[in-house]
Structures are given as C-alpha cells and as structure tokens.
Design a protein around this ligand. Structure first.
Ligand code: UCC
Ligand code: FAD
Length: 553
C-alpha cells in the first residue's frame, strides 16, 4: 500500500497550552481568571479554525501596489486580500487593542489583551503588526492628544470595537539614512498659520500602509518632532503621499510594507516640539512588548505542530516522540517557549500596572529595563526555535506548501524591526544609566526565588549567583560597555526568566497545580545553565579579533 504521511494537526491553541493556562492561574486573581479563561478558550478554538484559514488565505494573496488607474491617473492603491481585511474586522470585534484601554479588569486588562494577542499572532498572517502600531499610537494619543479634537477623535477610532469605526496606525521612523539612528531624518515639517503642518520627505519602510493614520518623525527648527498623519481624504485618496513601491520581503508577506514619498502630507504635532524621539519612544515601548509576545507565541505554535507531528511520524520502528533524542530536542524547545512566555507575561502585568497608575517606582524602572530585554531576548529565541522547529519536520520543514517555512521567515524580522538586537542592547544601557533600574530588577529577581523549596535550592543558588555576577559587572569604559551590552542584556533576561520559572514552580508545587511537575522541571533545567556567563574573550581579545577582520580600520 502507498504510504502517505499524516500532516500535523492543530487543536485549540489555548486548551493545548499547559504553560499558558498554568501561568494565568497563578498571575490572575480568581475572579479575573474566571472572566478571562472562557474568552481565551473560545478564542483559542478560533485560532485553530477560522482565523487560521483567514491567515492562510491572506498569505496566499499578498498585497499589490497599483500605481495608476486605467486612464493614467496616479492612484497608488494598495490592494489587499479579503482575508486580510477580515482579520482587521476580527481584531476590532475581539477588542484586540480595545481591551487594554477599556480596562474592564483594571491593570489585568493588559494581561488579558496580550494573552489574546499571543493566541492571535500565529493565526493572523502578522496582522499583529498593524495592531502593535495601533496600540502604540493609542498610547501616545492618550497621553498627548486629549487637548486636540482631531487627535482625540483618532484615539477613539484606534480603540474602537466597531469594525466600521476601527482604525489602524502606522509608525514612520526609518529613512534611507537610518532606522536605528534616526538623527539624520531628512523629512521636513513645515508649519502653517492654522497650526497644522506639512511633511516633505521619504519614509523608507512603512508597514501596514493601508492604515488610516500614522505617527511620523519630521524635522522642525526645534529638532525632531512627532506628527500624526491621516493618510486619506473622505474619498479615499492619499493626502500628499506617494507610494513608490512595496518591499519584496523574506517573510511577513501578507503585510504591506511600502516606501513612501511625503509631498506636503498634512500633519498635526503630537507631544512637545523638538521631543519627537522621546515621544515616539512611548509608542516603541508598547510595540516592543507586542514583538516579545508574538515571538513567544510563534515559538509555542511551532512546538505545538512539531509535537503533534512527532506522534504521527515514525522512524527506526517507532514514533519520533518515542525516540529519546527527538523527545529531548522537543523538550528544549518547550523550555525556551516556557521561558519566553514567563517573561512576556511578567512584562504584560507590569505594563498594566504602570498604565493604571498602580506601579511602584521600582516597578516602573523594572518595566523600562525589561521591555528592551524581553524584545531582544525573545526575538533571538524565536529565530533559533523556528530553525529547530523546521528541522524537527525533516525535509517537510523546508517545503513551502507545508506552511512550515513561514515560521522561520516570519521569525527573522522579530530581531530586526522595532530595534535590532544590538540597538536594544544599547537601550538596556540607556535604561540602566538613567534611572538605576538594574538594582530594582536584581532585587526583584532575588525576592522571587526566596521561597523556593529545598528540591529547587540548586536552581535558586544559580539565580543568586547570576544576580551577583550582574551586579558586579564593571565595564572599563563606554566602548567596553557597548561591546559587552548584548551579552549583558541576554544574561539579564536569562536570569529574570530563571527567577520567574522558579517562582512559578514554587507556586505550582505549593497549590498542587496540574502543571507542577513540568513547571519544576523547567525551572531546574533553565537554571542549570550558566545564566550570566563571563564573556569568553577578554576585552583585549575582542579588540584584536575586530582588527583582524578589518572592522575597526
Ligand atoms: O520597525 C518598525 C515597525 C515594524 C512593525 C511593528 C511590529 C511590532 C510587533 C509585531 C510583532 C509581530 S518602526 C521603527 C522602529 N525603529 C526603532 O525601533 C528605532 C531603533 N532605534 C532606537 O531605538 C534608538 O535608540 C532611538 C532612535 C530611539 C534613540 O536614538 P538617539 O537619538 O540616540 O536617542 P537619545 O538621544 O538617547 O534619546 C532621546 C530621548 C531621551 O530622553 P531625554 O531627552 O528625556 O533624555 C531618551 O531617554 O528619548 C529617550 N528614549 C527613551 N525613553 C530613547 N529610547 C527610549 C525608550 N525606549 N524608552 C523611553
Ligand atoms: P541599520 O541601522 O543600518 O543597522 C545595521 C546593523 O548595524 C544592524 O545589525 C544594527 O544592529 C547595527 N547597529 C546599528 N547601530 C549600532 C550601534 N550603535 N552599535 C552596534 N550595532 C549597531 N521602520 C519604520 O519606521 N516603520 C515601519 O513600519 C517599518 N516596517 C518594517 C518592516 C519590515 C519587514 C522591516 C524588515 C523593517 C521595517 N522597518 C520599519 C525598519 C526597521 O525598523 C529598521 O530596518 C531597523 O530599525 C534597523 O534599521 P536599518 O535597517 O537602518 O539598519
């Protein structure tokens, strides 16, 4: 008989995620948990059902730029699939942005919302990207838009649950001269007598270009400033904007990312003039949290598929899941996914507390520091995990129509946009230098492992040693600090995850949670690593190596 391999299958992505369910049982107060869980369970079924079908359809029909109409008029339409537009409607109806601003559950609303995003992202064809920027813009306008009727109206659109009213937002920072370093931004903002502005320049990467508005950096006499741009007039025509072309990208193919020329685009100032970077950083700190949540989500999705496949695929006389080495490989992926999840839920809870005014000064400082840490660490984890996940399918993982290569193509961007790994490592230094957040973070990690039971004492010792090493790090000078910034930031992230996994295992054991055995194994195994390793090479070695490969000349 001809053999056909049964493909992997996906069940309810909430009920199938033991780590997520267990974390939420610990984090959320009982009455909040009672309200959140049914919503997530219902949404988890959609993530494996109609949303996944929409995402597949959107990926199969990528956006198209139509520069001219049949009669030669410049129209610059970006045509998207019906499925992509349906994902927009779902986002509004499900309150994927709104939940965070309605705050029906107080500060826990962020955890609810971001847990929902975690379920949505891998079944969204990266519709999570427009949502990230929408949420970041809503946050900016909530803070800086109340005095201006047009900005306040935009905020209402961004946070609406009504698909007919819901808007998404773009975020236009990157120019040809630089995405990490925006100081050479050449887009010029010209002030008009009526208090509005006109923008002139080129924006080199603009994702979700079908959004109704964007927040854009532009140069004024007072320095870089942030502006709101409403892209289209009442007839749907672009206002002083030309779409030059859509980027041809490695992944995120359903997401339109365009190069734009701004030719007098009408704009309104957001925040203080000359403080554009500071103002847009408020947006970045939200989009970076999204990035981390989506990284954790992608890791879990890949593992769900790989685990299921391992029960269906046989090699050397038994299912892959029964091959000790394959099972150990999947267990490593489980560990990475659990670590990432623990970190992003922690950040989500802190963000919720900060936004509701419930956070202490230390918590605010920890949030500021952990946001780039979470983004950079989970971004790298997601790329590595996606590569391993593809390998777990053998050759099928490399074949397009299995849908699996998308996992890797879509993961790679998580380490690039919203600040590369290096740039975020430097942001970690910025956060540490400005508000003394390191001491608060290390004290918090120490506190979380204090109640660890005897069975986990080795793990607690490992976290303690890492905390000591991080507290003792003393770079020789600024260059030395920058060279070591990535290793330092990764160590911080690994140490915090160690503390969080340990805290969770301690709780799970105490209350007899169904996930206790797995939580304990995860904490032990994570902390058995060297969480904050000393750099392999001394400063002198690194400088010599750089010279050798001609980088410093
Ligand atoms: O990539 C993009 C969109 C992609 C789609 C989004 C999807 C999201 C997730 C979906 C998942 C599927 S949009 C482009 C993103 N671009 C970046 O991330 C830029 C990367 N570069 C940086 O992050 C740089 O560090 C800069 C541009 C933010 C800063 O560079 P500067 O010019 O050297 O800045 P300064 O002078 O150090 O900082 C200026 C001010 C300071 O405040 P003051 O003036 O009060 O001293 C800083 O403390 O900004 C403050 N600041 C911050 N504050 C800078 N960064 C931050 C921060 N992160 N938080 C708070
Ligand atoms: P560069 O800044 O040139 O960086 C090149 C390399 O240098 C990187 O490895 C970086 O880590 C490193 N580097 C830079 N500075 C330092 C330093 N000081 N120390 C150490 N290393 C350093 N941008 C938007 O504004 N809006 C969007 O909607 C948007 N969408 C995007 C969608 C996609 C799919 C992609 C891929 C990008 C998008 N971007 C967007 C742009 C993105 O934010 C930038 O590409 C990113 O911030 C990096 O900037 P760059 O490309 O100019 O790289």
């Amino acid at each position: 008989m001809t053999f056909f391999q049964p493909p992997p299958s996906l069940g309810n992505t909430f009920t199938g995620d033991a780590a997520l369910r267990s974390q939420l049982r610990r984090l959320l107060p009982a009455d909040v948990h009672e309200r959140v869980e049914p919503d997530l369970e219902r949404f988890g079924a959609r993530a494996a059902g109609d949303l996944l079908a929409l995402a597949d359809a959107a990926e199969a029909e990528p956006p198209r730029h139509v520069p001219y109409d049949a009669w030669g008029r410049r129209v610059d339409r970006i045509e998207t699939s019906e499925a992509w537009r349906a994902l927009d409607r779902v986002s509004a109806e499900e309150g994927l942005v709104a939940i965070a601003y309605e705050r029906a559950l107080g500060s826990w609303s962020r955890v609810h919302q971001l847990a929902k995003l975690y379920l949505f992202h891998p079944s969204s064809a990266t519709y999570s990207c427009p949502l990230a920027m929408t949420d970041g813009a809503a946050r900016c306008l909530a803070r800086h838009g109340a005095h201006d009727a047009e900005l306040a109206d935009s905020y209402a659109h961004l946070t609406s649950r009504d698909p007919a009213r819901f808007w998404t937002s773009g975020q236009w920072m990157t120019e040809r001269t630089g995405g990490s370093d925006v100081s050479r931004t050449s887009t010029v903002a010209v002030s008009l007598d009526d208090g509005t502005w006109r923008l002139h320049g080129v924006k080199w990467f603009t994702s979700a270009t079908t959004a109704q508005m964007a927040l854009a950096l532009g140069r004024t006499d007072a320095g870089l400033s942030l502006f709101q741009v409403r892209l289209r007039d009442a007839d749907g025509a672009l206002r002083g904007i030309r779409v030059e072309r859509l980027k041809e990208k490695l992944g995120t193919r359903a997401l339109p990312t365009a190069e734009l020329t701004l030719d007098g685009a009408p704009a309104r100032l957001v925040g203080e003039i000359g403080r554009g970077v500071r103002t847009v950083a408020e947006m970045l700190n939200v989009t970076r949290v999204y990035n981390a949540v989506c990284a954790a989500a992608g890791m879990r999705r890949g593992l769900m598929l790989a685990r299921d496949y391992a029960t269906r695929r046989e090699a050397f006389g038994r299912p892959l899941i029964d091959q000790p080495l394959h099972a150990a490989t999947l267990a490593d992926l489980e560990l990475e996914a659990r670590g990432a999840l623990a970190l992003v839920l922690h950040v989500a809870a802190l963000l919720g507390r900060e936004e509701c005014g419930d956070a202490t000064g230390d918590e605010r400082a920890v949030l500021r520091l952990l946001t780039p840490v979470a983004k950079l660490l989970t971004g790298r984890q997601a790329v590595a995990a996606a590569s391993e996940t593809l390998e777990a399918f053998g050759g099928a993982g490399y074949v397009e129509d299995t849908g699996l290569p998308r996992l890797l193509r879509d993961a790679q961007v998580l380490a690039i946009w919203e600040g590369t790994t290096n740039v975020l490592s430097l942001d970690v230094l910025r956060a540490i230098e400005r508000d003394g957040s390191l001491a608060a973070l290390l004290a918090d990690a120490t506190r979380r492992v204090q109640a660890a039971p005897d069975a986990l004492s080795d793990a607690a010792t490992s976290v303690g040693a890492a905390v000591d090493a991080l507290a003792a790090a003393r770079p020789a000078d600024r260059d030395d600090a920058e060279r070591g910034a990535r290793a330092f930031a990764m160590s911080l992230g690994r140490t915090v995850i160690g503390a969080l996994l340990l805290e969770h295992a301690t709780w799970a054991t105490r209350v007899g949670d169904v996930d206790a055995a797995a939580a304990t194994a995860a904490a032990r195994r994570w902390c058995a690593r060297d969480l904050a390793p000393r750099p392999h090479a001394t400063d002198h070695d690194i400088v010599a190596l750089l010279r050798e490969c001609d980088v410093t000349h």
